[in-house]
Each structure stands twice: as C-alpha cells, then as structure tokens.
Design a protein around this ligand. Sequence first.
Ligand code: HMG
Ligand code: MG
Length: 299
Amino acid sequence: GLPARVRIHEVGARDGLQNEKSTVPTEVKAEFVRRLADAGLTTIEATSFVHPKWVPQLADAEQLFPLVADLPGVHLPVLVPNERGLDRALALGVRRIAVFASATESFAKANLNRTVDEALAMFAPVVEKARAHGLHVRGYLSMCFGDPWEGAVPVHQVVRVCKALMDMGCDELSLGDTIGVATPGHVQSLLAELNEEGVPTSALGVHFHDTYGQALANTLAALQHGVTTVDASAGGLGGCPYAKSATGNLATEDLVWMLQGLGIDTGVDLGRLTATSVWMAGQLGRPSPSRTVKALSHQ
Ligand code: HMG
Ligand code: MG
C-alpha cells in the first residue's frame, strides 16, 4: 500500500541554488525560503556551511540564516561537512544539520577531497557533537545508483556506507541518485537490501534527479516500499557542482501533482508553490524545467 502522508524535504534553496552561476542576492534567497514556507513546506533546507571557495553561491550562509530562522513551524536544516561547519551553524542557532557522504570513491574525492572512509571519519565527531547539542542529523548519501566516473554502483557498497552513517548516530538518511540514472527496480533492490541489513525504512528518505525522466517512477517505487520522506526542489532547480552530469532535482511541483492524484497528503498548496517557482525563474532569468510548473503557469 501507499502512505497516507508524505513529508517533503525541500532542497531548492540549497541543492537548487548551489550550482547557480549568477550570484543570487541574499534577500532573494530569504524571500524564496519564506515563500516556500508560505506554500506549506515544513522542511526547507536553507544553505550549507561549507568552504566558501568550494560553493561560492552559498558563501552568504551567515547572512541568510538569521533572515529566515524565525519562520514558525518550519525546520531549516543546513549542510555541514566538518567541525568548522558545525561550529558556524551552532553559532547561529541551527537545529538540524546534514552531513553528506558518498557511496563512491570518485565522488568522495571530487566533493569532499577525501576517500569514502576519510569522509566518514570527518563526519563522526560532527554527528556526535551535533547530537550532544540536541540537533537532528540527516546523513546524505550520494551516488547510490550510478556514478559519472565509476558507472553502476553495487548495492552492497551503498549499504555499507548507509550502515556506517546510521551507526554514527544519524537520525535519517537520504539516498541520493545524484546523476539521475536509477530505475524503479534498482530502487526496490536497494531498499530491500537495506531492510534486510536492519536499516529501518522509517529512517530513509529518497533524493532523485530527473536526468532520464525516472524521478517520479522511482519515487512511487520507494513509496510502495514504505518510504515517507521525499526530497524535491521547487521548480526542479539545481544539480551538484561536483557531479558534472547531474541535472535537475525532482521538481517539488511534479511530486506534489503525483501525490495529490494518489490522495497522499503533503500540506503543500500547489498554486502557491508554482507561483513561487515562477517568481524564482524570473529572478534567475530562465523558465523552470518542471512540467507541472509549465502546465500550471502556461509558461
Ligand atoms: P579541504 O580543502 O580538504 O579543506 O576541503 P581542509 O579541511 O583541508 O581545510 C582547508 C581550509 O578550509 C582551512 O582554512 C579550513 O579552515 C577551511 P585555512 O586554515 O587553510 O585558512 N574550511 C572551512 N571554512 C569554512 N567552512 C567550513 C570549512 N571547512 C574547512 N566548513 C571541505 C574539505 C569538506 C571543506 C570541502 O571539500 C567542502 O567544503 N566541500 C563541500 C562541497 C559541497 O558542498 N558540495 C555540494 C553538496 S553535496 C550534494 O549536493 C549532493 C546532495 O545534494 C545529494 C545528491 O544529490 O546526491 C547532498
Ligand atoms: Mg540533488
């Protein structure tokens, strides 16, 4: 069966904007986050406390976070790679963080300048300290299905890193199809193997990219398996600066359209959300790639 309710983890302001070439003004980002909240999204990833040279677009994290921190009833997780990042986040009163691991060596090197295990070793004290401060910790795992340098990624390789992140103390995981090559059978295989290895489905979220048009099919496969947390990006914004072939994330509007049709509650007002993505497209100077945004706004 399918769940009655799905929690959408909105990544547009972080994953969506991190790759943007032109500098998006901090006030525009804050307005984006506020509008997403107004559209009914309750988990809105705000920014990253990473090295500013690695992700220049999010170098204004210190300025942005206080502008949105007081939104009522909204969780505002941020990405944190190391203790330096955690300290920056703690200084601003952040309550939810995400570390971001890789299932493959190539991407760990490109994204974190570390091997897979060195990256895990970097995260361990971060997760421990975050939990000691009562923070909620998400563990992202990139390249769960395919990798631009290594090709198909074996399920057991993904499961190993998932277990390491759970053992470390992550509250939830997000399984990333960073380059969008997954298909529903592959999704079901990974989820089944994680189940078998004792990783609870309730702790799993899915993070699909729509490169091959499979993001919604993959999402449905995950929902059928019991997953109730789905990552999406308003208007389909984004990719990843350290994964060349990554195109847009699953658009939140496309996801909400499907879930509404299935009678699954998300709390999101699709009209307001679409208006937000149309407004953001205007700020960025190009139309949203989301089919649902196009259909509903007659772009
Ligand atoms: P490094 O060069 O190995 O850094 O980068 P280091 O640890 O050697 O430190 C070098 C200098 O950076 C030091 O300064 C540190 O203080 C400073 P120095 O002493 O030389 O003056 N530094 C920092 N400054 C500010 N904030 C920090 C920080 N850390 C170190 N947090 C590092 C290692 C992890 C820092 C770097 O690789 C990095 O920032 N990577 C982030 C990359 C990133 O954000 N990628 C995108 C997110 S992942 C993604 O998009 C995928 C996802 O969406 C899911 C999916 O789709 O699959 C999650
Ligand atoms: Mg992504």
